[in-house]
Design a protein around this ligand. Structure first.
Ligand code: G6Q
Length: 551
């Protein structure tokens, strides 16, 4: 048994689970008309309703005991103070410093004040963004930029992409932002096909500036630019870099005046608040980007100061632990009833699964409990017509996070009412289910013949008590979006603390990267005997059939 599973709070939750196993959530609602008031609250413009989970006040108390026992408050203080809590990489974790609204110094691992450095880079970002948006910074022929292409992958893509999509209503009407991430040439080809090199600005975003996909795309974009009429002398005007590795940026040919730095204390998947957010700032303007940061900071302050039992990220994290470790939930669905959040599930897949998808704890010991769930999702109502069947009647509980705005950016006729009705209906149906008696009554009322009724009955029953959280906000504006993202960042941190994980490294992505380098060479020369027969067989099948552009 690990220290966690042997701990008094964990054991107490295990006993409590036995009491809760048969507890129907609909009965809890029936017994307590104030359940919504007791298990919902608002912070930073977001209402969290967690009343549809299989919990009582005792569950919340026991979960908070677990958090205290794991010293969540201590870890939270170390996070904000800039202690090197990313121990395997010896780094501080200070994405919160990027959105700090005061000038109070923060020293990552005791080094120079991070806030001063952040302010200095962001002032340059501000000047650049205003210059491009107002037309004083232009391309080679003096024409205004019309297209911005961000070249990056993982943390250097998913965050800015998700936010740029979410804030589409705030975009500059004459500046389009596009994202190229995949090393599949189709991604770059499809993007470049529409572009005029004279009015295109490329942002090469890479913390390390060595990531194979990004550097391959960046080199191909540069070749395209030169082939389409640009000259070497124009590169500095059309290619800018966002990176923590200045030496590699120089080696690529981008000068200091076109480089925006960030730091090793900003993890890739937490970097959108730095100059990595440039595509968002260019598209929406610096005021909006500032509001995004302010929203995230408001959630930071809530996370830092609110009591554990009424602390939104803490509760979301603990409810996840309850579902994963005590109710055996293998996955977590994220379903925004907000089309502009259509990339949120993809973004959260990285944030959560790369942070906590681990089977070894901070001390290097194998864990004996489940960690990160599989995160998946799609916007509602589309999701209802695909995977909701499994959520309602599958064999295991899959918690759902529903998200929705009261007000749409596009108030077409009756759409928003229908959208919200569907979301409310789904969370109610998941929670309430439909008993055998209710199903029978319904079939009888519709005059279903008896034999058919008996055959259909088991298929039409819903177990119910399927957990969900609902997050409601007035409108998806930059401030609210910032708060929402920070909410999930901290939720994941909370879970990492409970599970005793380092949520800030990602060693699991390395093995495939190094094998890809070897196999890349062997696709040209032939496979070595070092591989298994499957890999060798596939290399042999592919080699004579591959068609490469060798120009
Ligand atoms: C995120 C990860 C990873 C990273 C990409 C891109 O936390 O570290 O997704 O963001 O591998 O790395 P570069 O920014 O260095 O190109």
């Amino acid at each position: 048994m690990s220290r966690l599973t042997a701990s008094p709070a964990w054991q107490a939750l295990g006993r409590h689970r036995e009491q809760m196993a048969e507890q129907q959530v609909r009965s809890l609602f029936a017994a307590d008309p104030t359940r919504f008031e007791r298990f919902s609250f608002e912070s930073c413009g977001i209402l969290l309703d967690y009343s549809k989970n299989r919990i009582t006040a005792e569950t919340v108390g026991l979960l908070a005991d677990l958090a205290r026992e794991r010293d969540l408050e201590g870890w939270r203080a170390r996070l904000f103070a800039g202690d090197p809590i990313n121990t395997t990489e010896g780094r501080a974790v200070l994405h919160t410093a990027l959105r700090q609204q005061t000038n109070e110094p923060v020293r990552p691992g005791g080094a120079d004040d991070a806030i001063t450095e952040v302010r200095s880079v962001m002032n340059r970002v501000r000047t650049f963004v205003d210059g491009v948006r107002f037309g004083s910074i232009t391309g080679l022929s003096g024409r205004r930029f019309k297209d911005v292409v961000n070249i990056g992958i993982g943390g250097s893509d998913l965050g800015p992409l998700m936010v740029a999509e979410a804030l589409l209503p705030y975009h500059h009407p004459d500046l389009r932002v596009r994202f190229v991430s995949n090393v599949d040439g189709t991604n770059l080809y499809d993007t470049l096909d529409w572009l005029d090199p004279e009015t295109t600005l490329f942002i090469v975003t890479s913390k390390t500036f060595t990531t194979e996909e990004t550097m391959t795309n960046a080199r191909s974009a540069r070749n395209w630019f030169l082939t389409e009429g640009g000259t070497e002398a124009d590169i500095g005007k059309h290619f800018i870099a966002v990176s923590a590795n200045e030496a590699e940026v120089r080696a690529f040919g981008i000068g200091p005046e076109s480089t925006f730095s960030f730091w090793d204390w900003v993890g890739g998947r937490f970097s959108l608040w730095s100059a990595v957010g440039l595509p968002v700032a260019l598209a929406t303007g610096m005021e909006r980007f500032d509001a995004l940061l302010a929203g995230a900071n408001a959630m930071d302050e809530h996370f830092r100061t609110a009591p554990l039992e009424s602390n939104m990220p803490v509760l979301l994290g603990l409810l996840g632990v309850w579902a994963i470790n005590f109710l055996d939930a293998p996955a977590q669905a994220v379903v925004p009833y907000d089309q502009y959040l259509h990339r949120l599930p993809a973004y959260l897949q990285q944030l959560d699964m790369e942070s906590n998808g681990k089977s070894v704890d901070r001390d290097g010991c194998a864990v004996d409990y489940a960690t990160a769930p599989v995160i998946f999702g799609e916007p509602g109502t589309n999701a209802q017509h695909s995977f909701f069947q499994l959520l309602h009647q599958g064999t295991r509980p899959i918690p759902v996070d529903f998200l929705a705005a009261a007000e749409s950016h596009n108030p077409f006729g009756d759409h928003q009412r229908l959208l919200l009705a569907n979301m409310l209906a789904q969370s109610e149906a998941l929670m309430r289910g439909r008993t055998v008696e209710e199903t029978r009554a319904e079939l009888e009322a519709s005059n279903t013949p008896n034999a058919r009724l008996e055959a259909l009955l088991p298929h039409k029953v819903f177990e119910g008590s399927r957990p969900s959280n609902t997050l409601l906000y007035r409108k998806l504006d930059p401030f609210t979006l910032g708060a929402l993202i920070a909410l999930y960042e901290h939720k994941i941190f909370v879970q990492g603390v409970i599970w005793n994980l380092n949520s800030f490294d990602q060693w699991g992505v390395e093995l495939g990267k190094s094998l890809a380098r070897t196999i890349g060479a062997e696709l040209a020369t032939g496979p070595s005997a070092a591989h298994d027969s499957s890999t060798i067989g596939q290399i042999r099948w592919l080699r004579p059939r591959m068609v490469l552009d060798t120009e």
